[in-house]
Design a protein around this ligand. Structure first.
Ligand code: ADP
Length: 169
């Protein structure tokens, strides 16, 4: 069984994330989407909200499951029996950091990192940018799934619970 982990904060999940998750699901037997729930970082959506949006948008993939981690990613991989981490690479600018992280992780545990190049239509896409554009009323409907768009709109208009980008934990 080739099991891999797709880690991230997914605050919120975008079409770029789904592209990588879906392609990983065709390459490996099982994909665990791992949501980092480090309390010290400010998030727009709570861990439970991020997990539930991911669960809904990944519902159609039989070999994808959603989980969370709160410590070292390599410990999580070992505990779940995953031998590899899948990361999307958007641009050369992602590469320096991702290479360093991949080498650090493989020095900590027997875990390889597999890089999947982003599809060109998503190479500019990041959760932080989606939140920024949406905050100022920009149209992000082609960048996130409909249910995320709905929750984002509610949250930013103050109807859906917590606060604006950077205000919640
Ligand atoms: P982080 O908070 O660590 O930046 P994100 O939740 O934004 O994590 O993203 C998690 C991972 O998803 C990234 O490390 C990257 O591998 C992948 N990813 C994010 N956005 C895209 C995209 N537009 N195209 C391809 N991969 C992406």
């Amino acid at each position: 069984m080739r099991r891999v982990v797709c880690p991230g904060s997914f605050d919120p999940v975008t079409n770029g994330h789904i592209d990588i998750i879906s392609r990983a699901s065709t390459l490996f037997d099982e994909v665990i989407v791992a949501v980092g729930v480090n309390q010290s970082k400010a998030r727009l959506f709570t861990a439970d909200e991020r997990l539930s949006m991911l669960a809904e948008v990944c519902d159609g993939y039989d070999n994808v499951r959603i989980d969370s981690f709160d410590g070292l990613l390599t410990d999580f991989c070992r505990d779940r029996g995953a031998r590899a981490i899948v990361k999307g690479l958007r641009a050369v600018s992602d590469f320096d950091y991702e290479l360093q992280m991949a080498q650090m992780n493989s020095s900590l545990a027997a875990v390889e990192t597999v890089f999947v190049p982003t599809s060109p239509e998503y190479s500019f896409l990041a959760s932080s940018l989606v939140k920024e554009v949406a905050t100022f009323g920009g149209d992000v409907s082609r960048l996130v799934p409909p249910l995320v768009l709905k929750r984002l709109t509610e949250r930013l208009s103050g109807r859906g619970g917590a606060g604006r980008p950077g205000e919640t934990g």
